[in-house]
Ligand binder design. Structure first.
Ligand code: ATP
Length: 412
């Protein structure tokens, strides 16, 4: 988004921001997940997740709606704790997802006057830097600000591998525009984001759109991208794409007292920009790509576990091995090749165990290429390069390695 597009700039904003930021955004008052406790086993559940198990969609539903639905199930004798089976479940209660800190405060006690929040999403920082960006970077509407960074939520139930954690990495992009462009740009970004998943190897049938029927009062459209997680047993959200109106900048303008209107120099119109956002969980994407790439392949004598990640996503691109660990001349040559490739690609050196075992280790972490240095290398100057997916091996001159990997589309 940032490197390849001329209309998006990158940002790295603070994690701790003025607490009023989160009052303005509505998080302090309303970023809650109603919870239900089991009185017997003391487990805690999200009320909307319990209802989901009974086929009731209660995403972002009010406390009243949740409790009405829970009461109905209770009356019918259907409501049971999914862990211990007890029927003693409490009514849903509000539970704030905001993580609090006393940073900068002279007291340890957390009170309304001294509490500072860890950001629950990265876009708050984008709104706060919107004016700075317009004033200093010569950007013109429509344009976007994107950032990757940590976000913190006091999730009631954090689990399912790294699908839901309390500390996670978000990648968000807020696209600022004139409202007349919303429909066109919304469709454009939906299309761009959908294709992004396909480009990195997610098959189209494993993806679907989920349209939000219940929208926040300021929003005009909201879709999630859902991926069919094999490891989690079905489709789950990985990204949200939201048309948010001008609510965010209006709120921040109101609470900060700063004019956030934009003056269109061509038309002379002054207005508060509307926002179209794409919001992704980086960790969730990692889980998605691992879920998709994980393969167990039956070979003649064994089963090989191989992570068929797109080469661009593989954490290690090349592993270099000396054929034998106890032959100093082979180790020295392998090290020399490793040192020469290291500045270009993420590489790993491995001389532990036999070569077959080393291949398996690299297969499991999705390394696309392995290089083995043997006695022919010392004589003829070539090495064996083995391909992760086909397991085919070919001899390549050491002096040609860079050109060889470039021809395979390998990037840093
Ligand atoms: P959910 O309904 O799963 O709690 P959400 O609708 O609250 O998610 P958003 O606030 O729209 O999520 O956040 C945007 C993206 O951030 C999500 O699509 C997801 O990929 C990621 N995300 C949100 N919460 C978490 C979390 N606790 N752990 C990991 N990723 C998360």
């Amino acid at each position: 988004m940032v490197q390849l597009r001329d209309d998006v700039v990158g940002l790295d904003s603070a994690i701790f921001m003025h607490p009023t930021t989160w009052v303005a955004s509505g998080h302090v008052g309303g970023f809650n997940d109603p919870q239900v406790d089991c009185k017997k086993c003391k487990n805690r559940f999200r009320a909307d997740h319990i209802l989901e198990e009974y086929g009731i969609n209660a995403d972002k539903a009010t406390l009243e709606f949740l409790n009405d639905q829970l009461d109905k199930l209770r009356k019918d004798g259907k409501l049971k704790c999914s862990v211990c089976g007890s029927t003693e479940l409490t009514p849903a209660k509000i539970f704030s997802l905001m993580v609090k800190s006393n940073i900068g405060s002279p007291t340890e006690e957390l009170k309304e006057e001294n509490v500072v929040y860890l950001r629950p999403e990265t876009c708050g920082g984008i709104y706060l830097e919107y004016k700075n960006t317009v004033d200093s970077l010569r950007v013109k509407l429509p344009f976007g600000i994107a950032q990757v960074g940590k976000a913190f939520r006091n999730e009631i139930v954090a689990r399912q591998f790294i699908f839901r954690t309390r500390e996670f990495e978000q990648m968000e992009m807020q696209y600022f525009l004139h409202p007349s462009l919303m429909k066109e740009k919304y469709d454009m970004w939906k299309d761009i984001r959908w294709k992004w998943y396909l480009q990195y190897g997610i098959p189209e049938p494993e993806l679907r759109w989920y349209k939000h029927e219940k929208l926040a009062h300021y929003a005009s459209e909201a879709y999630d991208v859902e991926y069919n997680f094999q490891s989690l047993g079905g489709f789950k959200e990985v990204e949200g794409i939201h048309a948010r109106g001008n609510w965010d900048l209006s709120q921040h303008s109101k609470y900060s007292g700063v004019d956030l209107n934009y003056l269109d120099e061509k038309t002379g119109e002054k207005f508060t920009p509307h926002i179209m956002e794409t919001s992704v969980g980086l960790n969730r994407l990692v889980l998605m790509f691992i879920d998709q790439a994980y393969n167990e392949e039956k070979l003649e004598k064994e089963t090989r576990i191989v992570l068929k990640l797109d080469k661009r996503l593989a954490p290690i691109k090349i592993a270099v091995f000396p054929l034998m660990k106890n032959k100093p001349e082979l180790v020295a040559k392998a090290r020399e090749i490793y040192e020469s490739l290291k500045p270009l690609y993420m590489c790993e050196f491995d001389d532990n165990g036999n070569v077959g075992k080393r291949y398996r280790r690299q297969d499991e972490i999705g390394t696309p290429y392995c290089i083995t240095v043997d006695y022919d290398t010392l004589e003829k100057g070539d090495v064996t390069v083995r391909d992760r997916d086909t397991m085919k091996q070919e001899r390549v001159q050491v002096s040609e390695l860079e050109a060889f990997f470039a021809s395979k589309g390998l990037t840093i």
